[in-house]
Design a protein around this ligand. Structure first.
Ligand code: ZN
Length: 207
């Protein structure tokens, strides 16, 4: 799977109650979905990013890669997930707040070259059977975010089934499943480490 094979990048907003609260947002009653362009994708190594002089916010998230073309309304199951990964949803928070204030779409705060960082694609078998997956992000050696998928308002399958009810999932779709609390500043040159606690390897990279 290379970045060229990725189709749609779905993202879930406010899927962890404490993160919704830290930004002063209400807790949603159904998944809050937004999109990023495929041009947003990047790997772990330092690479070009649009708006490179700005300070972004990091949002570490568990990312799912869909492995099968589904039909509208099909029930999605764990076997339709090809890979699981950690990723960073980079956000221009000030721009997002302005756009939100105007009631406008957030697109330019979320979808830009380099804004969807994707880590190593892992075999999901050992991950999806666990009720709790604890994942962490360190920036410049300091722990910034630690989340537990048990705290998600909507589970992986609830998100997939929600999407598949109106927009059939395709092989090559990515789903960023939301960030826990602790989002904060992140700029060009910062180094980071992401890991699932107690399972798999630690991944490091540089913005
Ligand atoms: Zn996010």
């Amino acid at each position: 799977m290379s970045f060229e094979d990725i189709k749609t990048i779905y993202c879930v907003g406010r899927n962890y109650a404490k993160h919704a609260k830290e930004l002063g947002n209400e807790i949603p009653s159904e998944p809050l979905i937004f999109l990023k362009s495929v041009a947003s994708l990047r790997g772990l190594a330092a690479s070009q990013i649009a708006f490179e002089d700005e300070s972004f916010h990091h949002e570490v998230e568990v990312v799912l890669l869909i492995g099968k073309d589904l039909k509208l309304g099909d029930k999605v199951s764990n076997s339709d997930i090809q890979s699981i990964a950690l990723g960073l949803d980079l956000t221009r928070r000030g721009v997002q707040s302005e756009l939100k204030g105007k009631g406008s779409p957030w697109t330019t705060s979320k979808s830009f070259l380099g804004s969807a960082l994707l880590g190593e694609l892992r075999d999901p078998a050992d991950y999806l059977i666990r009720e709790s997956l604890v994942f962490e992000l360190k920036v410049n050696g300091q722990l910034r975010q630690s989340g537990d998928t048990q705290d998600m308002l909507f589970s992986f399958m609830e998100i997939c089934n929600y999407l598949n009810f109106f927009s059939p999932l395709k092989k090559g779709d990515l789903i960023y499943t939301g960030t826990p609390e602790g989002v904060g500043p992140f700029k060009k040159g910062d180094s980071f480490e992401m890991c699932f606690q107690g399972i798999g390897s630690v991944e490091s990279g540089e913005l």
